[in-house]
Design a protein around this ligand. Structure first.
Ligand code: B16
Ligand code: MG
Length: 217
């Protein structure tokens, strides 16, 4: 199989903003006097929508919130998160990413971002990543969030490339499921490394070159 495109997840694959998401949810939990919210809970927030991420925090309290209150809490977390993005620059791009995307472009492979985050355009601009990508699909484009494949199918559609010719690189279980549901080749990276549904798992960006080489033949 020849591949024509690589679709990257954003938080935790291209940039370190996964840590900023965690910090903002942790602050929200503290404001609500929730003490048991941990990094292990944060792993379940990866790739899923803002509202689904909020539910992971609210599982830790017996207090009940109505829909309006939940929306306000999600908005509050997002305000704290966006504030923490103010100083974001290219130092937030994960090790090896600029070299790897330059290598893919030289090979003529199309590049897209497929992220649940509605803050994707701002993050891509601030980190200097935007100019490398042929298409961006994010929370602003979708109705359904990962594990639904919509965000990746929109990315493939914007590129004009069949899903079967796309490789997805993801750090979340929801994202791996979404890629497979969309008929794409799924590469698990970092936190998703042990996901059994991925086609292949790697521990770092440096190991992605051999995955691409494998398709070249
Ligand atoms: P926002 P990804 C996801 O981004 C995050 O992993 C997830 O934790 C977050 O809830 C979601 O974006 C929505 O983000 O609140 O900024 O719109 O991993 O799909 O790039
Ligand atoms: Mg992610």
């Amino acid at each position: 199989m020849m591949i024509k495109a690589v679709i990257f997840d954003l938080d935790g694959v291209l940039v370190t903003t996964d840590e900023l998401h965690f910090a903002a949810w942790k602050r929200l939990a503290e404001e609500l006097n929730i003490t048991g919210f941990t990094r292990a809970d944060n792993v379940r927030q990866r790739g899923v929508s803002r509202m689904a991420s909020l539910e992971v925090v609210l599982e830790k309290t017996d207090k009940k919130f109505n829909e309006e209150e939940k929306l306000a809490l999600a908005e509050r977390k997002n305000a704290m998160y966006v504030k923490s993005l103010e100083s974001l620059d290219k130092s937030a791009v994960l090790d090896g990413v600029f070299d790897f995307i330059t290598y893919l472009k030289q090979k003529g492979i199309k590049l897209a971002v497929g992220s649940a985050s509605s803050n994707t355009p701002m993050i891509l601009e601030k980190t200097g990543l935007r100019k490398y990508f042929d298409a961006v699909s994010c929370g602003l484009d979708t109705q359904k969030s990962k594990p639904n494949p919509e965000v990746f199918l929109i990315a493939a559609d914007k590129l004009g490339i069949a899903p079967s010719k796309c490789v997805v690189i993801e750090d979340s279980d929801a994202g791996i499921e979404a890629a497979k549901a969309g008929g794409m080749y799924a590469v698990a990276l970092g936190e998703a490394e042990h996901n059994g549904k991925a086609d292949i798992s790697v521990s770092s960006v440096d190991s992605l070159y051999k995955v691409i080489e494998m398709f070249g033949k």
